[in-house]
Structure formats: C-alpha cells, structure tokens
Design a protein around this ligand. Structure first.
Ligand SMILES: Cc1cc2nc3c(=O)[nH]c(=O)nc-3n(C[C@H](O)[C@H](O)[C@H](O)COP(=O)(O)OP(=O)(O)OC[C@H]3O[C@@H](n4cnc5c(N)ncnc54)[C@H](O)[C@@H]3O)c2cc1C
Length: 339
C-alpha cells in the first residue's frame, strides 16, 4: 500500500530550501500508484501538485493539498539502428544520471544538458536548455496521465508546443497532466554541438580539436561548477528570470546607450538579451539583502543564504525586475514556478 504522509516539511524537497509544509505527500513509482491516488475518494477534491526534484519551484506558503512526488524509474531501449537509438525513461529518473548514462554509451544529443538538476519528467515542462542544446531537439514523444480524468495520452514532439523555456505543460495543461515517461531519440554519430561560444573557448583552451561526447560533458560540467551555486550548499533554483526577447528596433535603441550589450538572434524581428547582463548593469550582482541575494558569479540566480522566506525572495525578485524596467524598459518574466 502506498504511504501517504500528513503535514510534511518540504524543506529538503525544494532546492531553494524554503521551509514550508504540505498537508499530504505521496511518492509514486508506477502508473498504477498514480491511478490509485487519483481514484482515492479521500483526495478527490484535494488540490494536487506534481513534484520532481524541486529545482525550479518557489513554494510561497504551506501547501493545502496533496504533493505527488514522481519517482517512476527505468531506462529502456525501445529501438535502434546504425544511426540512432530510441530510449524510454521513467519520469522520476534523475536528469543528470540519464545524461551520464547516455554519454557513457556514446549516444549523442543530451551532453550539453549535463548537470541540470531535477528529474527527466520535469525536463519537458520548460523545455530545459543550456549551451546551445534544448530538450525539444531530442524528445521523440512523452506519455502521461490527466489528473482530472485518469486518461492516458501520448504527446509527440510537435504537440508539446515547445518554445524557449515553454511547453503546453506550463500553459494549457499546467498542474493538469502528470508526465510518466519520456522517449528520446539520440544519435549514434558523434556530432557534438559546439555552437555556444564559451564551449568553443574551452575546447581551444584545452587544445581539443576533435571533441568527443564525453569532452562536451566534461566542459559543460566544469563551466557550470565554476559559475553556478550548488543547491546542496546554497539554496537556489537556477535562473530566476528568463532571458527577455525584444524587437530589433528596441535592441538598436538600447545598443546606442549601452554599446557593450550583446544579443542572440531569435527570428527576423527579435533578439534575445542576457537577463544577467541587464541585472548586472543595474548593480545587483553579488548584492545581499538580508537572507537572500543575487549570486556573485551569476546575477540571474537568486540565492538563499539560509533562512530566507519566499516573501523575502519575491521582494528581492520584484526589486530586481523594477530596476531593469526603469533602466531598460524591459520586463523580466519569471522562469521559476511559484506554488
Ligand atoms: C543550480 C541550478 C541550475 C539550473 N540550470 C538550468 C539550466 O541550465 N537550464 C534549464 O532549463 N533549467 C535549469 N535549472 C532549472 C531546473 O533544473 C529545471 O527546470 C528542471 O527541469 C526542473 O526539474 P525538477 O524535477 O526539479 O522539477 P520541479 O522543480 O520539481 O518542478 C518544476 C515544474 O514542473 C512540474 N513537474 C515536475 N515533474 C512533473 C511531471 N512528471 N509531470 C508534470 N509536471 C511536472 C512541477 O509541477 C513544477 O511546475 C537549474 C536549476 C538549478 C537549481
């Protein structure tokens, strides 16, 4: 019988380390566990929240509902030929364990996403991305269960409506659909992605002219360890804001005032700005206010120095957002999910 615990502290289950409680929590290891929970009359009208590794969440208060911790395991090969491999992975598998497994097998496509915290099941929610790679480039399809109806559904890549840090699961189906497994299509050809300037720079520094998949993983791991705070040591949820996308004419205006501002092309009419650069120009980098602050090596990350409440973190986030708005007339959108 599945264990359901009452009045449980979520402090160790969110990487921000915010100390809030949930009314109920249950851990699922299979579709059957989930069906049982959804069919349980006691929880019929209780609010439900799906939790992975808690690394992209800010709990703002005690949760008066049922937290469903997704721990569905398993990595299985579905199909393969000389060029590619199709792998099915349980939603509860740790994302970086999955990446490490693929790199060891020399399957190409997820190595640039090394060391991103959290679970495989949460990866599609914001279409995780880093160092020139995005989940949408390797996701074949995914399966899950609707909370309301218990209906199973498979979404192909197109149906997930992926875009920059977005998907259908963060919008229309937010808190409505539990992802239970994901199918990836990875390449057996070692065609590594070195589009990201910092990655190329590191390859040069290390005098690697013919990079292998494992070289990419090593470089990404080293870059991340040198720039990002380890949530086990200092609470955080990665980038607090998304990089803002602005029209070309807007960027031209900003560039006149701030000649060193960089941009990345999005489409013919838009470019992406670095939110970290805007925040830094407003003087927030490394600034600490009480129990929280903007991280000294990466100002886009808000860190919890110990006992910060969600209220303090949100106040700091709002102040950062206001500064950026005042100085650049650019509105920062939150990346972290508020609960
Ligand atoms: C130090 C650090 C660095 C980071 N770097 C990056 C980065 O480079 N790129 C990037 O994209 N992100 C990054 N993140 C953010 C985070 O790691 C990712 O968003 C990750 O995918 C979150 O996984 P999780 O399992 O922790 O999700 P959680 O935080 O548990 O959940 C996030 C959201 O997904 C929902 N959810 C979780 N699992 C499921 C499921 N099975 N079915 C349906 N909904 C679900 C939750 O309800 C919630 O809304 C970083 C975070 C940290 C702390």
């Amino acid at each position: 019988m599945m264990k359901i615990i009452e009045n449980y502290s979520l402090k160790s289950l969110n990487t921000f380390g915010v100390d809030v409680k949930t009314r109920y929590i249950a851990e699922i290891f299979s579709d059957n566990d989930l069906f049982k929970l959804l069919e349980d009359k006691e929880f019929e009208s209780v609010r439900k929240f799906i939790l992975g590794g808690g690394s992209n969440i800010l709990f703002t208060k005690d949760f008066e509902g049922l937290v469903i911790k997704n721990s569905i395991p398993g990595i299985n090969i579905i199909d393969e030929d000389d060029e590619s491999i199709i792998i099915e992975t349980g939603a509860g598998v740790n994302w970086d364990d999955f990446v490490s497994y693929c790199v060891e097998k020399k399957w190409c496509g997820v190595e640039n996403l090394s060391l991103i915290p959290g679970t495989v099941g949460a990866a599609p929610i914001q279409n995780i991305g880093a160092y020139g790679q995005e989940l949408k480039n390797v996701l074949y399809n995914l399966e899950g269960i609707f909370i309301e109806t218990g209906e199973k559904k498979i979404f192909n890549n197109y149906e997930c409506k992926f875009s920059y840090r977005e998907s259908i699961f963060k919008n229309e189906f937010k808190n409505k659909f539990v992802i239970t497994r994901i199918v990836f299509k990875l390449s057996k050809k070692p065609e590594v992605n070195i589009s990201y300037p910092l990655v190329r720079e590191e390859l040069n520094n290390r005098k690697i002219s013919d990079p292998k998949i494992r070289d990419l993983r090593k470089i990404v791991v080293d870059i991340r360890n040198s720039k990002l705070p380890d949530p086990k040591i200092i609470g955080n949820a990665g980038s607090f804001f998304k990089n803002p996308v602005v029209r070309n004419d807007k960027f031209k205006m900003l560039k006149e005032k701030y000649p060193d501002l960089n941009s990345y092309p999005v489409d013919d009419d838009h470019v992406k700005l670095s939110a970290a650069a805007l925040i830094e120009k407003c003087g927030w980098k490394g600034k600490r206010i009480g129990n929280c602050g903007s991280y000294e090596k990466q100002p886009l990350v808000i860190v919890n120095y110990g006992e910060a409440t969600a209220g303090e973190i949100l106040e700091l986030a709002n102040n950062i957002r206001s500064s950026v708005e005042e100085n650049f007339e650019v509105t920062l959108q939150q990346e972290v999910n508020l609960v």
